[in-house]
Design a protein around this ligand. Sequence first.
Ligand code: PLP
Length: 319
Amino acid sequence: MTAPPILLSHWPTPLDPAPRLSAALGLRPGDLWVKRDDLTDLGGGNKVRKLEHLVAEAVADDATVLVTSGGAQSNHARMTAAAAARLGLRAVLVLSGAPVAERPGNLALEALLGARVVPAGDVDADGLARRAAEVADELRDAGEVPALLPLGGSSPVGARGYLACAAELAEQAPDAAHVVVAVGSGGTMAGLVAGLGAERVLGVDTGAVPDPVQRVAGLVAALGGPDAPLRLRRDQVGGGYGALTPAGAAVLRTAARTEGLLLDPVYTAKALAGLAAAVRDGEVRPGERTVFVHTGGLPGLFGHPVAAELAAAALGRAT
Ligand SMILES: *Cc1c(COP(=O)(O)O)cnc(C)c1O
């Protein structure tokens, strides 16, 4: 049974021209447009579209608490906390890595939103999923009704949210040759591929999961999408998930300085660096209408080491 989505933001998100960034990347000024999925409610970002479907199921199941997992600076965890607050539910966030108060970012917002954070330590994806399931069991034993949401919100139910974004783009940019998007847990790209076709969607892997191609392909199949080869670049991962690459750092500045467009170091900077590489190697050519999907993540900038470097540079202690 499919619960209808619960509205958590205002739709459609805008599609804005980015002529100066377009030219800086080597495209014609009219080629590049930015789909502003950073301009959503719940602090901004792509996870809202997934949460509209995930929380609908949780509410249908009479859940009292949303439990999810992610990295120390997970945007999905922060937006789950906000969705829970909006619906009068509680949120418990099981976070891997090393959440530290010196890197506030999403953690600060999670505290503000009243979520409980459970540090899971240095675990792999399986270990994190196991820990989240244990936490859900503990809550059930305590009389709660937990709804366990997947890492990054990327189940077939969550990925359905990006069918809606694909439908908006089909109206806003019917002639788009390329729709460029960051790939973490894969649901965002999968929804876009299921809605727009595999030929037009260019995913850029950020290193969040070891098997992004299989993940995205599996979700596309679950959504009834095409069984066609995916365009998924894996050349921007660099030092791994969360590690800012030189190319990512360069386009983070370029987007800010050409358009006042603020990206995040973990996802959208790598996605834009992937587009820059695609222009350089001829996969994306001048004259082809290109949509860059801004998936949000700005709060994570303030939980990343680059924030302190930028602040030092602003004070003249250039890095
Ligand atoms: C989670 C996230 C992504 C990746 O989306 P997936 O559906 O997990 O692939 C991209 N950008 C931002 C800012 C995110 O938080």
